[in-house]
Design a binder for this molecule. Structure first.
Ligand SMILES: C=C(O[C@@H]1C=C(C(=O)O)C=C[C@H]1O)C(=O)O
Length: 181
């Protein structure tokens, strides 16, 4: 039985410190635009499956990343599926601020975050950090539950901002994702 939220503790690094990324790895890990839009361009059918969406306590490191003293945020964990294949596990931490509520980010359901936030011209994003999750990382329990093959996984994360309201989005590329092809 998987306990959400999954821990995403990892050796996060800014991509410019990783000289050995392949072209495909750079293409997917450093995609500056919407990952949703990029995945949709590769698939006939795109869908979001919500795994867990609940208020949860922010860790101290998350509060620092989000530049917030709020103790809780909405934790949203989803799978992004292309033609019914799970391609990405995404985990977002969205503080319950009025501005983020106004954007309906706290009640997205199966609508992809990217379809909303990238429509906002005030959206800002920090530099993308990347990490490789090894075969004994806690995310691998989800890989096994999805009957996918355990393998080192690429991950990326960044902090988005809408008028000084910050939220953290992490994305793990699952086995079979285009990044590995
Ligand atoms: C931020 C984006 O939204 C995507 C969709 C998410 C969701 O619906 O929870 C989470 C992370 C992203 O993979 C994006 O498209 O880049």
């Amino acid at each position: 039985m998987i306990t959400f939220p999954l821990s995403l503790t990892a050796n996060w690094q800014y991509a410019n410190r990783l000289a050995t990324l392949s072209a495909a790895e750079q293409d997917w890990l450093l995609e500056p635009g919407s990952l949703t839009a990029k995945l949709k361009s590769y698939a006939q059918h795109f869908a979001v499956k919500v795994l867990s969406e609940q208020p949860f306590d922010l860790s101290q490191s998350q509060q620092l990343l989000l530049k917030t003293t709020q103790s809780q945020a909405l934790n949203r964990e989803v799978l992004l599926l292309c033609d019914d294949q799970p391609m990405v596990y995404a985990q977002s931490w969205i503080p319950t601020s009025a501005r983020l509520k106004q954007q309906n980010l706290l009640t997205m359901g199966t609508k992809p975050l990217g379809d909303v936030i990238f429509q906002d011209p005030t959206l800002m994003r920090t530099a993308i950090e990347v990490a490789q999750l090894d075969t004994d990382h806690s995310v691998q329990q989800l890989v096994t539950a999805l009957t996918l093959s355990v393998q080192p996984l690429w991950a990326r994360r960044s902090v988005f901002s809408l008028e000084n309201n910050h939220f953290l989005v992490s994305e793990i590329f699952l086995p079979g994702a285009y990044i590995y092809l």
